[in-house]
Ligand binder design. Structure first.
Ligand SMILES: *Cc1c(COP(=O)(O)O)cnc(C)c1O
Length: 395
């Protein structure tokens, strides 16, 4: 490759070199693909008038999710944020509790904590996974916590620390065993934000198994989509049953009575969205294969480009490579905006990571540990085009 080209130019050319020729007109960051039974299933909903909050596709979608992940109970809801909200509520997180979570996450993780009146407490990242650094968290809790029986309190705020929400960043599984140790040691409930990690495995086990409950998302940009949608997955049958009740306005089933036994939520996934979801899940193994193959090609082309590093899965992980990441080397971090400008101007959609949650106005006062790794990583993360390209599979 030409030595005189800037990193921005090299990155743009590298991405274009792995995208199939017929797709080069418009290279999105992540586009959904509807080449399966989507149209047939959605049409059936309309033809039969079963479009709304009950219908056979909802049950079928839940069964398919349970089968695919190996997590026995699934409850389909309107979006991933709602799934997180219900996971937190059913895990007993409530007013004035603190919940540990990575500052490097989408805002929904923190918002869901706020919905139950609790307070996000931000944690630093591990360079190897981009997720929570469990070792740093263990040391930090040693310093700031006060253990009383099976409860732990933040010495600085006096509030109880109740739970931790690991997030599998861009599909890359966080080190769950290390985090489980922290949870066991400090009596913390783990709730997994697995919104980005459908099809990602930690030591051979699908993500979402370790948490008491886990939240998945099927938003338009995720690995499969239901338009908008999410799901709560759990090993606990009682919690699943309760989640189903609470997300169906807590209505007690009856032929005609409208009797609700508590304040519930209108959070269940409509049948028409679940129909889309069933068709998408049928294609998930193929989507994962295409994404991993795209990642392999990126690995090759970025090997020769100085100044950027293609982010790879940890040795114990099998990632879905939902959104591919390149990390700018620290000495080139000041070229990030130039790189974003140039690549987008040349029709290669690239995006920076989220602004760290502790820098947003509503969370600026929230408790946090030293977040230097997350802050430093954040300035260097660039997401590059990651849609499913069918013809990438055979390469
Ligand atoms: C997508 C996502 C969610 C949930 O998003 P919805 O748009 O509400 O489905 C939650 N957390 C993370 C990390 C996400 O990427």
């Amino acid at each position: 490759m030409n030595a005189h080209l800037s990193i921005a130019e090299k990155l743009t050319l590298a991405v274009r070199s792995v995208i199939p020729a017929e797709e080069l007109q418009h290279i999105a960051l992540h586009e959904p693909r509807f080449h399966g039974n989507e149209w047939a299933y959605v049409k059936e909903c309309i033809d039969t008038n079963w479009v709304s909050s009950t219908g056979s596709y909802v049950n079928r979608f839940e069964q398919m999710l349970a089968e695919f992940t190996g997590i026995p109970h699934a409850v389909a809801v309107v979006n991933g944020t709602a799934a997180l909200h219900i996971c937190l509520k059913l895990s007993g997180v409530s007013t004035n509790d603190e919940v540990l979570m990575p500052t490097l996450s989408f805002v929904a993780t923190a918002n869901a904590v706020s919905y139950v009146g609790a307070i996000p407490h931000f944690v630093d990242s591990d360079r190897r996974t981009l997720g929570i650094d469990a070792v740093k968290l263990m040391d930090y809790l040693k310093e700031i916590s006060d253990v009383r029986g099976s409860m732990i309190f933040n010495k600085r705020t006096g509030r109880r620390i109740k739970a931790v929400i690991p997030m599998h960043t861009f599909g890359h599984p966080v080190d769950l065993d290390a985090l489980k140790e922290v949870c066991d040691h400090y009596h913390l409930t783990m709730i997994e934000d697995a919104a980005e990690s459908l099809g990602s495995y930690y030591k051979g086990v699908h993500t979402g198994h370790q948490g008491l409950m886990s939240a998945f998302s099927f938003n338009g940009n995720k690995i499969i989509t239901t338009g908008g949608g999410g799901a709560i997955l759990t090993h606990n049958a009682k919690l699943a049953e309760y989640a189903r009740h609470l997300t169906t306005t807590a209505k007690v089933p009856h032929k005609w009575e409208y009797y609700h036994d508590e304040i519930g939520y209108n959070y269940r996934m409509p049948n028409i969205n679940a129909a889309l979801g069933c068709a998408q899940l049928e294609q998930l193994p193929r989507f994962i294969q295409a994404k991993r193959s795209l990642a392999d090609q990126y690995k090759l082309v970025f090997k020769d480009i100085q100044g950027v590093e293609f982010f790879e899965e940890a040795p114990y992980a099998r990632s879905n490579y939902w959104l591919n990441v390149v990390l700018l080397h620290p000495e080139y971090a000041d070229q990030r905006d130039e790189l974003l400008n140039l690549s987008n101007a040349r029709g290669v959609m690239t995006r920076p990571s989220w602004n760290p949650l502790h820098t947003l106005p509503m969370y600026a006062q929230a408790p946090k540990m030293d977040l230097s790794v997350a802050e430093e990583l954040n300035g260097r993360i660039i997401n590059i085009p990651s849609s499913v390209y069918d013809n990438a599979i055979s390469i």
